[in-house]
Design a protein around this ligand. Structure first.
Ligand SMILES: O=P(O)(O)OC[C@H]1O[C@@H](O)[C@H](O)[C@@H](O)[C@@H]1O
Length: 450
């Protein structure tokens, strides 16, 4: 694990790994942590132990991994150090780059001089590159190291249980799949509004912003699963081919970014009794950079199935209410018979990403007057998946199955889709709006009211 002393390792990777080891007890591994910091083994072991405990991971494999883990101080951009690390591994090697994109690229460059043992897997965190050209360069470099199937570009949303459930919902029900096309769907909203704010992550977030942090990565993966054609099997190649196909056809709704994108950042405010400073005043933020904490983008998927249907993607931090869902809004019925009153909302299919939820908004003749329409919601709350999202994607890595990883061409498509937005935002064509922390975002929205 390169970048062992970093924040990402403690916050996501180790808890994900702990959850996996607890749920899959025959998963034996030697965990080697490596970083620039002069840590001793005890300090690293404590970090592993604390992270495992934070998700209540217990069991023989958890105990054995904590006991056997080692820490090696290294500069992972130096071939000599990497050779030493690889020499300390045994069995199948998985190299996890929990590093900023620029350092990852340098570490990969350093790996080119080393013969990697057959089957070595490389695991890269998001963001994969920093723009289309950077992602292409990184892909070319990685291709010189190991075959594509052994490269796991992590997007932990692909391990979320309701995201995975999109496959079952779409392809194991006669009820929905024939309806999911431009003939019947008026629009699709993919929303991830959080009440969490910066939470001390300026080092990473201030150079990413909401568009790269959430839309370019997670929300486009959700869009791909919602729009792709049915694969014949749930095999990595089949599924990833179909995701790439729709993402290749995805573009900004309008050439003018002013009409189909919005960006904003939060000012000081309060969320559930917690006072928050303005984003621009948060420690480590460069206010002149104009990083957005809320992004809205309308996209088109130019395929026969989806032509003309707007896909509205939005993510905001420090929002008053958490809203994490994909909502498919169907067109109105061809005609509601005269005399049947009260119809005022179309049918909707809602897929919640936290809490996990599946709901259908319908119109029925409810209680009372039988000729007045009443809205109802059929709600299926289901328990969390067997593993937390990160654990699920790590299981794929350790099982050598890239199904839940982002393929190289797909990573490039995702950058290409947001490229016109990034350039319009960077040159100031689209104004940076403001909203108080703890509000519902800036006035107006490209999304319809919920
Ligand atoms: O809800 P989850 O699984 O924590 O995912 C949301 C998080 O996903 C991360 O990838 C983003 O960097 C965070 O900004 C975001 O909060």
């Amino acid at each position: 694990m390169l970048g062992a002393s970093g924040d990402l390792t403690a916050r996501l990777l180790l808890p994900g790994l702990g959850g996996l080891l607890a749920a899959v007890p025959d998963q034996e591994l030697l965990l080697l942590g490596s970083g620039m910091d002069d840590w001793d083994e005890a300090r690293w072991r404590k970090r592993v132990e604390d992270s495992f405990s934070s998700v209540s991971a217990t069991g023989p494999q958890v105990t054995a991994t904590v006991a056997g883990t080692r820490y090696l101080q290294a500069d992972v951009t130096e071939a000599e150090d990497l050779r030493r690390l690889i020499g300390a591994c045994r069995g199948q090697i998985v190299i996890f780059f929990a590093l900023p994109p620029a350092v990852t690229a340098r570490a990969c460059q350093a790996l080119t001089g080393i013969e990697l043992p057959a089957g070595t897997r490389l695991v890269l965190e998001k963001p994969f590159g920093t723009d289309t050209a950077g992602a292409e360069r990184l892909n070319q470099l990685l291709a010189t190291l190991v075959p594509e199937e052994q490269i796991h570009r992590i997007d932990h949303f692909l391990g979320k249980s309701t995201v995975l459930n999109i496959l079952g919902l779409r392809f194991a029900n006669r009820l929905f799949e024939p309806m999911l096309n431009a003939e019947h769907v008026a629009g699709v909203d993919i929303v991830f509004d959080e009440s969490l704010a910066l939470e001390g992550r300026a080092g990473y977030y201030d150079s990413a912003g909401a568009l790269i942090d959430m839309v370019q990565s997670h929300l486009l993966q959700v869009l791909a699963l919602l729009t792709m054609d049915a694969p014949p099997t749930i095999d990595a190649r089949e599924v990833r081919d179909r995701k790439a196909q729709v993402l290749r056809a995805t573009r900004l709704w309008d050439e003018d970014a002013r009409t189909c994108t919005r960006r904003a950042r939060y000012t000081a405010g309060e969320i559930a009794g917690r006072r928050l400073p303005a984003y621009a005043d948060e420690a480590g933020v460069d206010p002149g950079r104009g990083t957005e904490t809320l992004a809205e983008v309308v996209l088109a998927v130019d395929t026969w199935r989806w032509a003309g249907v707007p896909f509205r993607l939005r993510s905001g931090k420090a929002m008053s209410a958490t809203r994490k869902e994909a909502v498919i809004t169907f067109k109105q019925p061809a005609r509601v018979p005269d005399g049947l009153t009260g119809y005022d909302r179309p049918d909707r299919l809602r897929i919640g990403f936290g809490p996990d939820r599946l709901a259908v908004d319908l119109n029925i003749n409810g209680p009372g007057d039988p000729f007045v329409i009443d809205p109802v919601t059929l709600d299926a709350d289901f328990g969390p998946g067997e593993l937390p999202a990160y654990g699920e994607v790590l299981r794929g890595v350790l099982d050598d199955d890239p199904l839940l990883s982002v393929r190289g061409d797909t990573a490039e498509h995702c950058w290409r889709i947001v490229a016109p937005v990034l350039s319009a935002w960077r040159d100031g064509t689209v104004p940076l709006l403001e909203y108080p922390a703890g509000s519902a975002g800036p006035e107006g929205s490209l999304l319809p009211p919920d």
